[in-house]
Each structure stands twice: as C-alpha cells, then as structure tokens.
Write a protein that binds this ligand. Structure first.
Ligand SMILES: Nc1ncnc2c1ncn2[C@@H]1O[C@H](COP(=O)(O)OP(=O)(O)OP(=O)(O)O)[C@@H](O)[C@H]1O
Ligand SMILES: [Mg+2]
Length: 325
C-alpha cells in the first residue's frame, strides 16, 4: 500500500518581511551574505513584477524605521551608506534586465531593417522582373496573333486584356509592399495610397482623418506604415467590416494613431494567450512598436468591432511634425 508522503515545502516569507530582515542584517552587520540576499530580492522583485517605485518606497520605509531607532550623526552616516549599498544591490537585477531589453530592442531594430531591405528587394523583383516577363509574353502573343484569322485574334486580344490586369495588380502590390511615396512624401500619403487599394479589393470604406502633418524619422514612418498595413489586412481578412476609420493626431505630448473597424470583433485575450496564438501579425505590430518606443492597445469584443490604438511619446517625432487645422 502506498503511503502518502507529505512533501515539506519551505514557505517563502512575504517580500516586505524578507526585505526588512535582509535590510536590517546588512545595515547592522554588513557582509557578503546579506548583500547576496539583496541581489536575490531584486530578482524575486522582477519575478513578482514589482515596480521600481515599490522597491524605492519599501527601501524608504525600511530606512526610516532603522533611522528612528538610532541616535548620533556618525551612526546615521554609516547606516545611510549601508542602505545605499543595499539598495544598489537590490536594483542591480533591474539594471541587468533593462540592459537586456535595450539589447533586444537594438537586435529587433536590426532585424526590421534587414526585413525592410528584403521587402524592398521583393517589391522590385515583382515590379521589374515580373513586368519584363509580361512584356515578353505580350510580344509572343502579338507574334502568334499576326498569323491567326480574325476570330482567334480577338480571343488573343482578350488574353492580352487579362494580362494587362495581372500587370496592373502586380504593379499595385509591388508599390504597396514598399511604396516609393513612403520615402518621398511620408507615411500618411503612403497610407492613403494603401487604403485606396485595400478599399477597392476588399470593398471596405476606409476613412482617414489626421490632425498632424509633416515627416517623422524614417524608421518610425516605416514601422507605422507596416502596422497600419497589417491592421488593414486583418480588417479585410477577419473582420467582415464595412467601414474602417484611421485617425491620426496628437494629444498633449503623445502622438496617437487608431485604426477602428465596425466588424465582428474578437476575443483579444484568447487570441493573445500562449498556446492559442496562431498568427504573427499582432505580435509583429507589438514588436515594431517596441523598437520605436511606442505602445499598442487593442479593444475588441465579439460583435462590437475592433480598435487598435498606437501611442508614441512626442520625443520619438522630429521637429518636422506639426499640427494642421
Ligand atoms: N480587425 C479584426 N477583426 C476581427 N478579428 C481580428 C481582427 N484583427 C485580428 N483578428 C483576430 O486575431 C487573430 C490574430 O491576428 P494576427 O494578425 O496576429 O494573425 P493572422 O491575421 O491570423 O495571421 P498573420 O497576420 O500572421 O497572417 C486573427 O486570426 C483574428 O482571429
Ligand atoms: Mg494578420
């Protein structure tokens, strides 16, 4: 017969209690072991998602408590010095995590730049190479048609019309992939161009309203274009919407862009939960925004449409950006 063995798990003291004990130990007796506890507390704080403000106020309370029990200037000085060392050690995991995030963002930027180069290459290939092949097909057809009787010539003519449509669509796709207007005139005209194409293809009414004009730094414009491109693709593919509104503006020191549709909506939490995630579009949007210091919030509910809100701190923009009335 099996006997149930009770596994003893050591209960972890609440964070504040553990912090108070380690703080008291270090400020009273010093030593590497207590500093190690401070570092461990920093790691635990990150895991428990404690903010730096929480750590600072915890530290302040602990220090206040110890100061109240001490008399004499020299002791105060010693305590303050020890407390500063303890705080620095507690915060060092945050410092490392912060550096890790900065490195990841730099890598992400690099990745996006490489991706943009690849997109450019594909856009040119579609435009130039496919275009040249189609020219060759046109010439070959004209050759064939010359020797054909009139009724067959007309049939070849219809094939040529279809080929012209293919050519037009390919040109359109290649321009949308990497619009030259994005480099020449900026992301807002590029979005207007994109919206025009999506609107025709997906039978969506897309309205763009902007209260800002001017240029943003290149990487920011590319990121914003790609995000709106994905949002419109999603609206066309998933939403069954009839209308989309894109609103661009600035509120206080925050630059905002929202993309809203009147479609079927979706369960954001379910789509974003680990294990259930299928697509890459929403993650890519988020990552592009991380790379330029922006945030994305998604509001959606079944039957009530979807609204994506992009926010960027004003310092991400350059001086060329200004309000229009
Ligand atoms: N505007 C929208 N309306 C309704 N559902 C949406 C909308 N945008 C996203 N979704 C839902 O969220 C899911 C995730 O979107 P996401 O863009 O990440 O992936 P995807 O579009 O399915 O694939 P991918 O973008 O990788 O080609 C979609 O599959 C869809 O169910
Ligand atoms: Mg998508």
């Amino acid at each position: 017969m099996k006997t149930a063995t009770k596994r003893k798990t050591k209960r972890q003291a609440p964070f504040e209690e553990e912090h108070g004990a380690a703080f008291a130990e270090y400020t009273q007796r010093g030593g590497e072991a207590a500093l190690g506890r401070a570092y461990g507390l920093g790691r635990r704080a990150i895991n428990e998602k404690k903010s730096l403000m929480e750590i600072a106020s915890l530290h302040h309370r602990a220090l206040h408590g110890r100061l109240a029990g001490l008399k004499g200037g020299a002791r105060h000085q010693k305590l303050l010095a020890a407390a500063a060392e303890f705080l620095a050690e507690t915060l060092s995991p945050y410092e490392m995590a912060h550096r890790g995030v900065q490195d990841a963002i730099a890598a992400l930027r690099q990745l996006n730049e490489t991706l943009e180069e690849e997109i450019k290459r594909i856009a040119y290939a579609v435009h130039d190479e496919a275009g040249q092949i189609l020219v060759a097909v046109h010439l070959a057809l004209a050759d064939v048609a010359r020797e054909l009787p009139k009724p067959q010539k007309e049939k070849v003519g219809r094939i040529e019309e279809l080929l012209n449509q293919v050519e037009k669509q390919l040109r359109r796709y290649s321009h949308e992939l990497r619009p030259t207007v994005l480099d020449d005139l900026g992301w807002i005209p590029a979005i207007r161009f994109l919206a025009e194409g999506v609107s025709k293809r997906a039978n969506l009414r897309i309205q763009i309203k902007t209260t800002v004009a001017g240029r943003l730094p290149g990487p920011v414009e590319i990121a914003l274009y790609r995000i709106v491109q994905e949002a419109l693709t999603n609206a066309a593919r998933h939403s069954k919407a009839s209308r989309v509104w894109i609103r661009i503006g600035r509120k206080n020191r925050i630059f905002c862009c929202s993309i809203e549709d009147d479609g079927v909506g979706f369960d954001v939490q379910a789509v974003q939960s680990d294990g259930k995630r299928r697509g890459l579009g929403l993650i890519a949007m988020q990552e592009r925004l991380n790379g330029i210091g922006g945030t994305l919030s998604i509001e959606s509910a079944r039957g009530r449409g979807t609204r994506l809100l992009i926010q960027l701190p004003a310092e991400t923009q350059n001086a060329n950006s200004h309000r229009v009335s």
